[in-house]
Design a protein around this ligand. Structure first.
Ligand SMILES: *[C@@H]1O[C@H](CO)[C@@H](O)[C@H](O)[C@H]1NC(C)=O
Ligand SMILES: *[C@@H]1O[C@H](CO)[C@@H](O)[C@H](O)[C@H]1NC(C)=O
Ligand SMILES: *[C@@H]1O[C@H](CO)[C@@H](O)[C@H](O)[C@H]1NC(C)=O
Ligand SMILES: *[C@@H]1O[C@H](CO)[C@@H](O)[C@H](O)[C@H]1NC(C)=O
Ligand SMILES: *[C@@H]1O[C@H](CO)[C@@H](O)[C@H](O)[C@H]1NC(C)=O
Ligand SMILES: *[C@@H]1O[C@H](CO)[C@@H](O)[C@H](O)[C@H]1NC(C)=O
Ligand SMILES: *[C@@H]1O[C@H](CO)[C@@H](O)[C@H](O)[C@H]1NC(C)=O
Ligand SMILES: [Fe+2]
Length: 554
């Protein structure tokens, strides 16, 4: 580092900021002035847990009309849109035919994916839809070679890529197989604006750890009423793995069903989720990255099969050979989606892809750089505390050297926003890390903080077997030196609150973006947290496009 004489600045800014926070920053005390990261770093603030939210999050049941199959034969259902790498192309995905489950050792014959065509008719007019795209189809199975467990085989999953689209334009589409009279109704979506420092999607919804509960349904209805142009889901999608294959569910992953020979899943929950989400994601492109609940191990050690089969990803289009990491542009924002449950070390394919991807970002075209993955590096809740520190050790320096502006994570079922931070040190050029694992799933809400007496996790209990090792040691510098946890809310944590909700990112221009966290208990006009995230390209050097030179300003 050594670009800044930062120590002095911090002192000055903190005293200035505590004044600002008193006036405008309180959750209940409001004014017209929205703080910006230029006012930071902020003094850490915790909104106490509202005990009226102790109510369980309860899953929608099989007979809820929103999760039941509403089509006949090979009519399309579970229709969704996702972006390709650039504005001129999107993916449309849908499912035809019914899933099958076996319960009496009777082998099920999967549907033939070739038996139903994958066609999308689209255009800028509702009628006629004068373009056609042909896609591909697949069927996946979730198999458990154990006595008493049931197997699942999906309906036919279709993905088709539309190309040659114009920016910022409304397109109408129908998907299905016209040769058998099975075309969907007409749906529409809007393409992203052209990539330039002057054009941005107006509102981007960011949600995490959704599941499919009544609280999830509150979150999604709030997302819909905020009218996003794009939605991000930062992992942990359906929580189908809180169920046995016979459809019996429970409220937690680790305590569930100790006698099962493998961790089971009830795959129909994915179909329920696809149906439930259709009203949002048939119009608003959804970009998903994997969480631990998508691992879903099955026969032959296969993992992530439902996740990788059901969603379309701009992997190839962004030079990735994997559904676990990819990138895309949305107007003047470049998003990198990273995988925490696959190899991320410096010699891994993912890391090498990330180096290439970042080296190709042109900040004159996409000034904003946003990184997204599931388990947070900077969270101060005791749930999953410092769990992803091997990934952090491998990748933080690279992301910092390219001046990533914002990081979005989930995994911890609460809300938290960091001060600008790098390597556990406040740094005006570090990203703002935002945790929105508060989508509403049926597992417990994260309420405890690692800095509260008796809440510091024992490092030995912290490792997660799926996350590629354990790297968190006691801090060697800073106010928590010699300890595993802070004894007060860490300086890196600017704001935290345990409540369900979602966020909306509104990039205004090449340096200012408004971030708003909407709590579920509020009507949609009230907000739990709001801040302008301000880039300082003149102060924060960006390692620029392939030249390996450091530009002081862009
Ligand atoms: C979830 O929704 C239920 C009502 O369905 C409510 O009682 C509970 O407080 C909600 N939980 C949270 C954390 O908002
Ligand atoms: C499920 O599939 C596995 C692997 O093919 C097989 O061993 C098992 O018998 C099947 N179970 C049922 C109930 O059909
Ligand atoms: C599913 O299996 C579990 C464990 O064997 C059992 O307790 C439960 O009653 C079963 N549920 C149904 C609906 O059969
Ligand atoms: C699955 O993984 C385990 C542990 O890594 C290994 O012992 C086993 O041989 C693997 N099984 C298959 C079918 O690959
Ligand atoms: C991160 O900080 C530690 C001290 O807390 C230091 O030893 C290490 O070199 C730093 N890493 C980087 C990449 O700056
Ligand atoms: C790490 O910190 C914890 C307290 O957070 C302390 O109990 C433990 O002894 C420390 N370990 C080392 C190796 O210093
Ligand atoms: C960027 O947007 C912010 C917030 O809307 C505004 O205050 C600022 O003047 C704008 N800056 C430029 C360079 O347009
Ligand atoms: Fe998670």
């Amino acid at each position: 580092m050594g670009f800044f004489n930062f120590g002095l600045q911090v002192v000055v800014l903190i005293s200035y900021c505590s004044f600002v926070s008193f006036v405008v920053y309180g959750n209940k005390i409001r004014s017209n002035v929205i703080p910006s990261t230029l006012d930071g770093p902020f003094e850490p603030r915790t909104v106490p847990f509202d005990v009226s939210l102790r109510g369980n999050a309860v899953d929608l049941t099989d007979d809820d009309p929103r999760v039941r199959r509403r089509v006949k034969g090979f009519q399309p259902e579970q229709i969704s849109v996702s972006l390709s790498a650039t504005y001129d192309s999107v993916w449309i995905s849908w499912i035809t035919g019914e899933f099958q489950m076996s319960n009496h050792n009777k082998n099920i014959t999967p549907l033939d994916p070739e038996s139903v065509a994958s066609v999308v008719r689209y255009g800028t007019l509702r009628n006629p839809l004068n373009h056609e795209a042909k896609g591909y189809s697949l069927v996946y199975s979730q198999l458990y070679p154990f006595e008493g467990l049931q197997n699942y085989t999906s309906g036919i999953i279709h993905h088709a890529r539309l190309t040659g689209l114009k920016p910022d334009k409304l397109y109408y589409y129908r998907c299905g197989d016209p040769s058998i009279g099975a075309l969907s109704d007409v749906y529409s979506f809007k393409t992203m604006p052209i990539s330039s420092p002057k054009s941005y999607p107006k509102r981007i919804a960011v949600m995490g750890d959704l599941g499919l509960t009544y609280n999830t349904s509150t979150t999604i209805s709030h997302v819909i009423s905020n009218k996003p142009q794009l939605a991000l889901l930062v992992g942990d999608v359906t929580y189908a793995n809180l169920y046995l294959t016979n459809g019996t569910g429970c409220d937690c992953y680790s305590c569930s069903f100790p006698n099962s020979p493998i961790h089971e899943t009830y795959q129909p929950r994915w179909d329920y989720w696809g149906r439930f989400m259709q009203p949002l994601v048939s119009k608003v492109p959804l970009m998903v990255v994997e969480g631990n609940h998508e691992i879903e191990k099955q026969v032959g050690n296969q993992t992530f099969v439902a996740y990788s089969s059901r969603f379309a990803f701009p992997a190839k289009e962004s030079g990735s050979s994997s559904t676990f990491y990819y990138s895309f542009n949305a107007g003047g924002i470049h998003f990198v989606m990273l995988g925490a449950y696959i190899a991320y070390h410096k010699s891994s394919d993912q890391y090498r892809w990330l180096e290439r991807d970042l080296a190709n970002v042109d900040r004159f075209v996409t000034p904003w750089l946003v990184a997204v993955w599931h388990p947070p590096w900077y969270s101060s809740y005791n749930a999953h505390y410092r769990e992803a520190e091997c990934m952090m050790a491998a990748m933080e320096e690279l992301l910092y050297s390219y001046a990533v502006d914002i990081v979005f994570n989930g995994h911890v079922h609460a809300y938290e926003r960091s001060n600008r931070v790098y390597n556990y040190t406040l740094d005006p050029c570090g990203p703002v890390h935002i945790v929105v694992g508060d989508g509403g799933n049926r597992e417990k809400m994260a309420v405890g903080h690692a800095d509260e007496p008796g809440n510091c996790p024992d490092p030995a209990t912290t490792p997660d077997q799926h996350i590629g090792g354990f790297c968190a040691l006691n801090f060697t510098t800073g106010p928590a030196a010699g300890q595993f946890c802070w004894d007060r809310q860490p300086d890196y944590s600017a704001f935290r609150e345990s409540s369900f909700g979602h966020g909306i990112l509104e990039v205004k221009n090449q340096t200012w973006a408004l971030w708003t966290w909407h709590r579920n208990q509020d009507s949609r006009s009230t907000v739990g947290d709001q801040i302008y995230i301000v880039r300082q390209p003149d102060k924060c050097p960006v390692r620029y496009k392939q030249t390996e030179r450091w530009f002081a300003s862009i």
